[in-house]
Design a protein around this ligand. Structure first.
Ligand SMILES: Nc1ncnc2c1ncn2[C@@H]1O[C@H](COP(=O)(O)OP(=O)(O)OP(=O)(O)O)[C@@H](O)[C@H]1O
Ligand SMILES: [Mg+2]
Length: 315
């Protein structure tokens, strides 16, 4: 199965969407093959949740097409949206009431997930207001997994979890993907998490968004250790469109060369001149030609633009 096999893939074609006069998606296309984990990454407000809602058929785009072979999609929202009058166990079991399962089967499936997701029987009796933010997120994931979906759309589902719990959640999802029963598209702000979890990373531009880069990671997720993830993040950020979309430029000075009194261009101006797509809405530093990226569970990483090779290098 390949990305060019549209009958067994989630395919978004030329999606355009606006809220009133605010253009959010501008001809966005992506293909996620069945049985893969995709990560969507982009700046806050670029339209990731909007795109996920469109792919989950919760929102109708202004134009464009969605095709997919899935029958049982599940969505984990950015806000966990638990039912406040049900305890943790009943929230997890909620979706099961719509399936042809006996009460005993429903109960057994919910209990299995309560254990798998790291809760105690005592936790299972708690109501949403008695749960931490991370516990609410884990409950929302368990509720989605309970229906045994074939497509899982995850909107920053693990941003309140520490690195160990994130790994546990990945380990819960990954075997279902490996058995070929599940396709996952997850929004994350954390490139290190994407490098750890994804088979394919889609990078969105600032709004109105398009996919500006797509990266395939062939190494199986369980074999990716810390060194691999660090090297992979460096590799991803060496890609100019990805760096342009994600990095936060350290320097606030952005004075065009033409406006300088002596009309000269300093060293950093030439960095800007050689960086592809540097005329975007988030121009890089003209003063230092450097940028930083801070992942959730990785140290701050610093990059410099190498004008000889036209690439970003970590330092
Ligand atoms: N229901 C809505 N009505 C009007 N505007 C909306 C609506 N939903 C989202 N928007 C706007 O669309 C843009 C994209 O929002 P969206 O939630 O998709 O961004 P995002 O990439 O998910 O951001 P974040 O990373 O902060 O979650 C924002 O400018 C937002 O204000
Ligand atoms: Mg969002």
């Amino acid at each position: 199965m390949t990305a060019s096999d549209p009958d067994s893939a989630l395919v978004a074609g030329d999606i355009v969407h606006a809220f009133g006069t605010e253009a959010v998606l501008d001809g966005l296309s992506l293909t996620l093959p069945q049985g893969e984990v995709g990560c969507l990454i982009g700046r806050s407000g670029c339209g990731k949740t909007t795109l996920l809602s469109i792919l989950g058929r919760l929102l109708t785009p202004c134009s464009g097409t969605i095709r997919d072979p899935f029958h049982r999609p599940a969505f984990v929202f950015q806000d966990p949206c638990l039912l406040p009058w049900r305890n943790l166990r009943d929230n997890i079991a909620f979706g099961l009431t719509s399936l042809p399962l006996s009460r005993t089967e429903r109960h057994a499936r919910a209990e299995r997930l309560i254990t798998d997701i790291g809760f105690t029987p005592r936790d299972a009796e708690k109501f949403p207001h008695q749960l931490s933010g991370g516990m609410r997120q884990r409950t929302a994931l368990a509720r989605a997994l309970a229906i045994e979906p074939d497509l899982l759309l995850l909107d920053e589902p693990f941003n309140a979890l520490d690195a160990g719990l994130r790994r546990l959640m990945h380990d819960l999802v990954r075997p279902r993907v490996a058995r070929g029963r599940l396709t996952v598209l997850m929004v994350t702000h954390d490139l290190t998490e994407a490098a750890q979890f994804a088979d394919r990373i889609f990078v969105m531009s600032p709004r109105p968004a398009r996919i500006v880069a797509e990266h395939r990671i062939a190494t199986p997720s369980p074999e990716r250790d810390g060194a691999f993830v660090y090297a992979e993040v460096s590799r991803l950020l060496a890609d100019a469109p990805t760096a342009q979309a994600l990095l936060r430029w350290r320097d606030k000075v952005n004075r065009p060369a033409a406006s300088r009194k002596d009309g000269t261009r300093n060293r950093a101006d030439s960095h800007v001149a050689t960086l592809p797509h540097s005329a975007g809405s988030h121009p890089p530093s003209q003063k230092q030609g450097t940028a930083s990226y801070c992942g959730w569970n990785a140290p701050m990483m610093h990059f410099s633009f190498n004008t000889a090779t036209c690439t970003w290098v970590s330092r």
